[in-house]
Design a protein around this ligand. Structure first.
Ligand SMILES: *[C@@H]1O[C@H](CO)[C@@H](O)[C@H](O)[C@H]1NC(C)=O
Ligand SMILES: *[C@@H]1O[C@H](CO)[C@@H](O)[C@H](O)[C@H]1NC(C)=O
Ligand SMILES: *[C@@H]1O[C@H](CO)[C@@H](O)[C@H](O)[C@H]1NC(C)=O
Ligand SMILES: *[C@@H]1O[C@H](CO)[C@@H](O)[C@H](O)[C@H]1NC(C)=O
Ligand SMILES: *[C@@H]1O[C@H](CO)[C@@H](O)[C@H](O)[C@H]1NC(C)=O
Ligand SMILES: *[C@@H]1O[C@H](CO)[C@@H](O)[C@H](O)[C@H]1NC(C)=O
Length: 450
């Protein structure tokens, strides 16, 4: 502990001593520097005087020689200075010589200062402090202009400018060549109308188109119409130059008129429309029963269609009786018919669009034949039962019926049994004419008796 304190005391003593020595050194140096600067100044004036005298001689060689001699002089001076300096260093504090060479002097100053500073730096109490920054120097002169740079990319196209003013009209050109003579102007004309085709045939459900070309001045109004009928509104497309009827029906057949009119009058023209259509047939289909050996007239087979259909009769099985059948206006007649003529008969209507058939059943029946004919004259006692026999046969089996001419059968006293008329309790009033009728499918045969 005591050792440490004594050590720090020694250090501070050395430091104080060093500080005093360096202070004295500095004072001496500044003094000497000032003296040397004065001498330098005086020497500079002397040198300049020498230089002026050398320049007056106007001889470069001499100047060089002189320069050389001056150098030599300088060298000698330097040697002397060195010697002096050597002495000086020995006793800096007491000796100051103003004749020392300036270079040497500065060197010396540096050396002495450097040593002093080094010795200070070697100590622990040297604190370097940077000086304040110098003031900014004046800006340098402007440099030469640089080379031109590369050209940049092409910019976007600018907006469209305002249109310029309209220029003055040009001078009038030469007159052109004379044109061809123009058409004669239209004069007033009565209307005309021409329809085509004048006769149109179409199949049903097709379209019918009639054209009407009209002329006249002023341009005439065209009106279409149907004679004794009306244009089908829903299916007809009508304009001034044509009528187009879609999906025609047989009713559309007829005369169509195109009428053109203007202020000078009117004219009309017509065309015929014919609609071909499938045949249609009407036939009473109820079966017929006719007695044999008579002529049988079959019902009428009504047929329409366009073109007018051909009508034919035939039998489903077999053929029409040769030589005994006749047809007139779609009606068939079987002459002197017999049982073999019974059967189904067919009426067929046909045109270019197709055919249609209708059929009818024909029954030829035999005339009933009386097997037992009642006696022509019969007399019965009053109060007795009278029996009047009557039987018949036929195909089909005939039905026997009785009646009394100019009167009625006695109510409650008669009956018909197996074709025989039985009258009980015969009275005077029962006298008269009794008729037996055999009926077979509507064909009857009567026989009278009293
Ligand atoms: C300084 O040096 C010169 C020669 O260079 C000498 O003549 C002169 O006596 C010296 N002065 C002193 C004070 O030593
Ligand atoms: C009408 O129909 C028939 C049969 O199909 C045919 O031959 C004819 O050419 C048609 N007519 C028209 C005008 O189409
Ligand atoms: C139109 O009908 C009238 C009378 O009903 C008749 O005289 C005339 O012939 C008919 N015209 C046509 C084209 O059918
Ligand atoms: C044709 O006209 C008649 C009457 O004139 C009518 O009864 C019939 O329905 C019409 N047919 C069609 C297909 O329009
Ligand atoms: C009916 O046909 C049959 C057989 O074909 C024939 O024998 C008979 O003579 C015919 N009757 C008449 C009335 O022609
Ligand atoms: C009617 O027929 C019956 C038998 O069928 C017969 O006995 C009777 O005499 C007949 N009458 C006459 C009037 O012929």
């Amino acid at each position: 502990m005591a050792n440490k304190i004594s050590h720090s005391c020694l250090v501070s003593k050395i430091a104080i001593t060093l500080s005093i020595v360096s202070l004295l050194l500095c004072c001496g140096v500044f003094l000497r520097t000032d003296l040397m600067l004065n001498e330098l100044y005086s020497r500079d004036i002397k040198l300049s005087d020498k230089m002026t005298s050398k320049h007056d001689m106007n001889d470069g060689h001499r100047f060089d020689k002189d320069h050389h001699s001056e150098r030599t002089f300088e060298k000698q001076e330097t040697k002397q200075t060195k010697d002096v300096f050597t002495r000086k260093v020995r006793d800096v504090t007491t000796v100051v010589n103003s004749t020392i060479n300036d270079d040497l002097l500065s060197k010396k100053i540096h050396q002495v200062l450097g040593k002093a500073v080094a010795s200070l730096q070697g100590g622990k109490y040297w604190i370097p402090v940077p000086g304040p920054p110098g003031s900014q120097g004046k800006p340098g002169p402007r440099g030469p202009r640089g080379r031109m740079g590369k050209s940049g990319r092409r910019g976007k196209r600018g907006p469209r400018g305002f249109p310029g003013k309209i220029g003055l009209p040009g001078s009038r050109g030469m007159a052109g060549p004379k044109g061809p003579k123009g058409d004669r102007g239209t004069s007033l004309a009565r209307p005309t109308a021409l329809i085509s085709p004048t006769h149109l045939i179409v199949n049903e459900s097709q379209s019918a188109i009639l054209h009407c070309s009209s002329s006249g001045y002023p341009r005439p109004d065209v009106v279409w119409s149907k004679i004794n009928g009306t244009l089908p509104r829903k299916r007809a497309v009508v304009d001034s130059w044509q009528t187009d009827i879609k999906h025609v029906t047989p009713n559309d057949s007829g005369i169509y008129q195109c009428k053109a009119s203007n202020l000078l009058g009117s004219t009309q023209t017509t065309a015929k429309l014919q609609v071909n259509f499938h045949p249609r047939l009407t036939l009473d289909k109820r079966p017929i029963y006719r007695m044999g050996s008579n002529d049988i007239r079959l019902p009428m087979c009504y047929v329409i269609g366009h073109p007018t259909p051909k009508v034919m009769w035939s039998r489903v099985f077999g053929i029409l009786p040769k030589g005994r059948s006749a047809m007139k206006d779609g009606q068939l007649t079987i002459l002197k018919a017999n049982q073999n003529d019974s059967g189904t008969y067919v009426c067929k209507a046909e045109n270019l669009l197709g055919s249609v058939v209708g059929s009818i059943m024909v029954n030829v029946i035999d005339l009933p034949v009386f097997v037992v004919k009642p006696t022509s004259f019969y007399t019965a006692q009053r109060g007795t039962t009278a029996v009047l026999n009557c039987t018949a046969k036929g195909n089909p089996q005939p039905v026997i019926s009785w009646r009394k001419d100019n009167g009625v059968l006695p109510v409650g006293r008669y009956e018909v049994k197996d074709g025989s008329l039985i009258i009980r309790n015969v009275k005077q009033i029962d006298s008269g004419v009794f008729v037996c009728t055999a009926t077979s499918a509507g064909v009857s045969h009567s026989h009278e008796n009293i």
